[in-house]
Design a protein. Structure first.
Length: 340
């Protein structure tokens, strides 16, 4: 017999959902049969599987070790370890400043991602145990391209995952990015279009008119400063589609500096000597209206180096000061609104 006590991360879900995680290799018919025969009980009583679990509930499985092992499957959860840049953390969520080059989610080739690093971090910190990993796995709730840096939100608890999933789904969380783009932009704009993804090439195209299998996209941007050939932009992602910022800005002839997939090859070549190998795009600000929280993360060292080389550091620092409430917004850029 095996006994499991329901903890906070398992509470609130249906009993059969919990069993599906605990016995992940078993068909549903198996644990429903075990429930009927009282080989699986809840608080010492027969259960149907649709009960809502409460913290402290006792689950007993009257199964042989061989049967349990067969249906529990491989319970080893991948984890990895590195120093994470934590922007914010409480008992339910954590906001991490992901470096460029790190995957947000696991890949087929086994390369460690932020998910494995998060699990390793929580295990090392003592906020998570091996036993808890059998029925609950912390995870990130938003994805950034591998070579895009910036803030990623993750749920440490079931409540945290549910909260983050809801605000990302409802688009009530506001996401802002900083990027350097080719050309001179002087007015802010709210642009719209249609995005189509080619699954074979993992590349998207943006059009002004809807085409089959395309998705509507909206991107808002505000120029912070320019030197005549490069503009530092603040971009608000209003719809979160694959490569949206990169492809959308490229479609209006302002590709991101360093973007090898959607950028300008000749323009990018001017910066290879500075070490630029990928798009200079950074998720620098998150605003959660429900909690009144705003989080910011400075751009990476290479990004800042290029900002200073282009003499745009004053515009960059003024923007950070505005976000920290140290400077009033001067509404640079006017109120022009274009639709593409």
């Amino acid at each position: 017999m095996k006994e499991f006590i329901i903890e906070e991360n398992e509470a609130g879900q249906r009993f059969d959902k919990y069993l599906a995680k605990l016995l992940r290799e078993a068909p549903k018919s198996f644990f429903y049969k075990m429930l009927r025969k009282k080989n699986i009980t809840l608080n010492g009583k027969k259960a149907t599987g649709n009960e809502k679990l409460q913290k402290g509930d006792a689950v007993k499985l009257f199964l042989s070790d061989e049967t349990f092992g067969k249906f529990a499957g491989n319970t080893q959860v991948e984890r990895a370890y590195c120093q994470l840049d934590i922007i914010y953390e409480d008992k339910d969520i954590v906001v991490i400043n992901k470096p460029a080059g790190m995957l947000s989610q696991p890949a087929d080739d086994g390369t460690p991602s932020l998910v494995e690093y998060l699990i390793g971090y929580l295990l090392q910190k003592g906020d998570l145990t091996e036993e808890q990993l059998q029925t609950f796995r912390p995870s990130v709730c938003n994805r950034l391209d591998r070579n895009t840096s910036g803030m990623v939100c993750a749920g440490k608890s079931l409540a945290g995952l549910q909260f983050l999933s809801e605000i990302f789904h409802d688009r009530t969380l506001h996401k802002y990015y900083l990027c350097l783009v080719k050309g001179k932009i002087e007015k802010k704009s709210h642009i719209k279009g249609w995005l189509h993804k080619d699954q074979k090439t993992n590349k998207v195209t943006v059009s002004r008119e809807k085409i089959p299998d395309s998705l509507a996209i909206e991107t808002s941007y505000r120029p912070l400063g320019n030197n005549g050939r490069v503009t530092l932009l603040e971009v608000e992602l209003l719809t979160g589609r694959t490569h949206q910022i990169r492809a959308h800005l490229s479609s209006i002839e302002h590709p991101l500096l360093g973007d090898g997939k959607y950028g300008d090859r000749e323009f990018n070549r001017q910066y290879t000597g500075e070490g630029v190998k990928y798009q200079l795009l950074h998720a620098y600000k998150l605003v959660i209206p429900q909690t009144g929280q705003t989080f910011t993360a400075p751009v990476p060292e290479l990004f800042y180096h290029i900002i200073t080389e282009e003499h745009l550091e004053e515009a960059y620092h003024e923007n950070l000061e505005r976000n920290m409430g140290l400077r009033q917004d001067d509404h640079t850029g006017g109120d022009c609104c274009d639709t593409h």
